[in-house]
Design a protein around this ligand. Structure first.
Ligand code: F6R
Length: 244
């Protein structure tokens, strides 16, 4: 638990940069699972700063984003595709072919095969070295809403009402928020060698308490992180305020 989310974000960005550099030294690619939303913005800002001011290279970085709304155009400013380019990819030297974000325009007739191939691509790259997460008020990680199975892989999910309410301001009204998304599964996330979940602010305190101290259950999918071997929750004092 950090005094503030700024210091916490810098620490997380530092860990990611160290991993990227360590992999570079042994000529290996670094496979990062990335999240969108408000929580990781400062982390990405710091990674961009390190690239611009300290020469941190993304030459060896391969990324897989957790999720994307369905349907969603890449060009739409609400898309996670747009978000990632705006906050990170447009400002660093990552190879465009190393960027993977679920395609929100995948037709329903091929979406099952598409999700399986997303999953396969992660495995073909040797799996996720590091997974960055935020957490929704429903306890979702990625868009694994309550009811998500421990063994779930990348798939189409119906968004929880609370998730759509939380997204409504950005979409100028709940009616404009897509009802579905493509998300990596719980098993996909848990397959990462290292997981860091970010939680900022008082309005995450309740779900953080349930996630960290509650029983492991599909009602709060983030509780599935409890028995991961290498997972850290990085919180500010607000988000950590209800922990005992
Ligand atoms: C986004 C994602 C979501 C968010 C969560 C928290 O890619 O996977 O699980 O991390 O909804 O969102 P913020 O950070 O906006 O509170």
């Amino acid at each position: 638990i950090f005094e503030n989310s700024n210091d916490a974000s810098i620490e997380v960005a530092q860990e990611m940069a160290n991993l990227i550099k360590r992999k570079q030294l042994s000529n290996k690619r670094c496979v990062l699972g990335l999240a969108t939303g408000s929580s990781p913005i400062r982390v990405y800002e710091e990674l961009v700063r390190m690239h611009q001011e300290e020469g941190l290279s993304f030459e060896n970085v391969v990324t897989f984003n957790l999720d994307e709304y369905l349907p969603m155009d890449k060009e739409n400013t609400q898309s996670y595709h747009y978000f990632m380019h705006e906050h990170l990819f447009n400002h660093v030297n990552i190879h465009p072919e190393n960027i993977h974000i679920p395609d929100g325009k995948t037709p329903s007739t091929t979406v099952v095969e598409y999700c399986l191939s997303y999953e396969r691509k992660i495995k073909d790259h040797g799996g996720l070295d590091f997974q960055l997460l935020g957490i929704g008020r429903t306890g979702h990680i990625g868009f694994n809403e309550p009811g998500s199975h421990y063994n779930s892989g990348t798939r189409v999910i119906t968004l929880d009402h609370i998730t759509r309410v939380d997204a409504a301001p950005a979409f100028l009204g709940i009616d404009n928020v897509p009802r579905k998304a493509i998300t990596m599964g719980i098993a996909t996330v848990r397959s990462a060698k290292r997981i860091v979940l970010l939680g900022w602010g008082q309005n995450k305190a309740d779900i953080i308490k349930k996630t960290v101290e509650g029983e492991i259950s599909s009602h709060v999918p983030a509780t599935y992180l409890q028995n991961h071997k290498n997972c850290t929750f990085v919180l500010d004092t607000g988000a950590g305020s209800e922990l005992t």
